[in-house]
Ligand binder design. Structure first.
Ligand SMILES: CC(C)(COP(=O)(O)OP(=O)(O)OC[C@H]1O[C@@H](n2cnc3c(N)ncnc32)[C@H](O)[C@@H]1OP(=O)(O)O)[C@@H](O)C(=O)NCCC(=O)NCCS
Length: 269
């Protein structure tokens, strides 16, 4: 069987990670264009949120998702149509785009992220960091016994960092599987190495799954899970309908203006 090939080159096992800081003031001049991309359902959701602090985050996250997907499918951003599975995971609904790519998205205060790959289930999670260490107590309700044991053996100054790594990796796995919280969170375990990198997965079809912490800085943790081996990850900072810059893994997710990055990184749009 010949599988359809995405418009933008994407090898199997390769993941493109696109992100945008939603508080970037350069987005303000494009709000009308972003609104024009939304479906009636998205517009209704946006109108509910637009008077609160989450309105702009929602609008930019839909604009990023639509403009990114249009890079891989031969469709204008406003022509992209979504359906969802029984647990709410969005998929492409346009007949000409179905099956070309797999994608997932996450948003947290000030940041939206979208990941795209071929042929394998993929999930992403992003969390902005709470200043209050007590967030770590949530681990008791959500982490497996093995994860709790590892977390509790960390030094106090390491704990918050490790908590976010476990949390985002677990959430990314649930999102990749697309079955929501019907997957019991205690029934699978993420293993981290001493530096906090992914070191193993204990759970169903363990050999199939691969994980990566994409971003760990002062403000955010972002992680992804894929139902196949992760061969390569590329990072793109994007202003939807504006500049796109490819960054190294070390520079990705650092809060620098796009035109500063452009001095050192490949401009692609
Ligand atoms: C629906 C769910 C994805 C919510 O996640 P969230 O943290 O509120 O939101 P995120 O920013 O990570 O993701 C939201 C996006 O995920 C996508 N999504 C929705 N349902 C999904 C599902 N079942 N599977 C994968 N992706 C889904 C959508 O694109 C959504 O974007 P939208 O809000 O613009 O529609 C779900 O996984 C959930 O409720 N998780 C439980 C959270 C939890 O207890 N985590 C514990 C980790 S230890």
């Amino acid at each position: 069987m010949i599988s359809a090939v995405p418009k933008r080159p994407l090898q199997i096992g390769h993941i493109d990670v696109w992100y945008c800081f939603t508080d970037d003031h350069r987005l303000n001049s494009r709000v009308d264009q972003y609104e024009a991309m939304l479906s009636p359902a998205e517009l209704a959701q946006y109108q509910q949120l637009m008077h609160g602090s989450n309105g702009k985050d929602y609008l930019v996250s839909r604009a990023l998702l639509r403009t990114v997907l249009s890079e891989y499918c031969d469709l204008a951003p406003e022509k992209i149509s979504f359906c969802v599975n029984d647990f709410g995971k969005p998929e492409l609904n346009n007949s000409e785009a179905r099956g070309i790519i797999q994608f997932n998205t996450a948003h947290t205060s000030g940041l939206t992220v979208c990941v795209v790959t071929r042929d394998n289930d993929v999930g992403v999670d992003a969390e902005s960091h709470a200043e209050n260490q007590s967030v770590v107590n949530m681990a008791d309700d959500y982490f497996s016994a093995l994860e709790l044991q590892a977390l509790n053996s960390c030094s106090d100054d390491q704990k918050l960092d490790r908590f976010y790594r476990y949390w985002t990796l677990k959430e990314a796995y649930i999102k990749a599987r697309g079955e929501g919280l019907s997957i019991p969170l205690h029934d699978f375990s993420i293993v981290l190495d001493e530096e906090g990198g992914f070191d193993g997965f204990i759970g169903p079809e363990a050999d199939r799954w691969d994980f990566r912490v994409l971003c760990k800085n002062l403000n955010y943790t972002v992680a992804l899970a894929m139902g196949g081996k992760i061969e390569n990850v590329s990072y793109f900072h994007s202003l939807p309908l504006g500049q796109q810059v490819q960054l190294s893994p070390e520079d990705a997710f650092n809060h620098m203006p796009l035109n500063t990055n452009a001095q050192r990184h490949r401009m692609i749009g």
